[in-house]
Write a protein that binds this ligand. Sequence first.
Ligand SMILES: [Zn+2]
Length: 352
Amino acid sequence: MRGYAATVGVAFAVAAGIAADNGFAQQAPVKRDFESEIQAALQAAKTAAEFEFLGTLARTCLLPQSGGEDTRDNVPGYVTNPASAPPRDTWYAEPARVFDNLYFVGGKVHSSWALPTKDGIILIDTIYPYNSEELIIGGMRKLGLDPKNIKYVLVSHAHGDHIGGAEMLQTRYGVRVVMGGPDWDWVAKYPNRYKTMAPKRDIVATDGMKITLGDTTVTIWLTPGHTPGTLSYTFTALDRGKPVNVAYSGGTAFNFVNNTPDPGIRNFQTYIDSQKHMAAKAASTGANVLLSNHSEFDNAFNKNRMLAGRGDGPHPYELGADWVQRYFQVMQGCARAAQLKLEQRLVETAKR
Ligand SMILES: [Zn+2]
């Protein structure tokens, strides 16, 4: 963080003509070529993505990002009037047993995952209030899991597409809910925004916290960026008895304030640092499976369909450690490109 600010400072000084007169300026100060730095960051992301992570590349390098802070506290339309929720055929997906002990109970767009253990079930993410009943409760029953056995619900971050079913699950089954501290605060601050979705404040996640149930442990990593309290996870699942290591990325798009250099440059740095943190945890746990909470990023919906025709072939989710690392390189490259654009703006503003 500090080194980063220093770099911007030098660029600023050069642009303002300060560095030229410091006594040792034998060579002309190097003027930063922002265009080529931005192109290099974008190219790094594209090279890392190849065909596997095109959705992540499109979302973070290509599509317009949300800019300013949303401080409105409105009840979402799909809560006020459930009939206005998107039609079922836009989100319904069949549930699937993806690994021996990891079940997909999400939809076409957003994911939810159930990890059954001998002492109950850990559920990761809860999709929307309007489809958590059918997809999570209905999906679990279809796959032979009893939702009454859910003990923990891990909410990656407090957006309506992931926290939507948490209040219902807590009220109905008395589950323990784990979320990042800043996102708990957010839920308390915006009662209308989280109407019908807000669990009572429960477990505040810390970096490295272990949620253990029976023979299974999910380790939580704090990866602020997408929201200030975004959580990511590492855990082990079994594929026909063989362990595979999962890295679960909890937040992807640039939803933070990023339309001005201050605080945009800093916010991008938080995001980049989180991706580095999670990439390091993925590497040290030997992660060879990458999961997300959007099919757009991990292709869960398509992979579940490929799984049905797997036979004796490789597991479609088992990408290998190199590809898991590439996922985090895509996010870093795109974030760096966007951050560079803000740095460029900062320097050009100073010149005027
Ligand atoms: Zn989100």
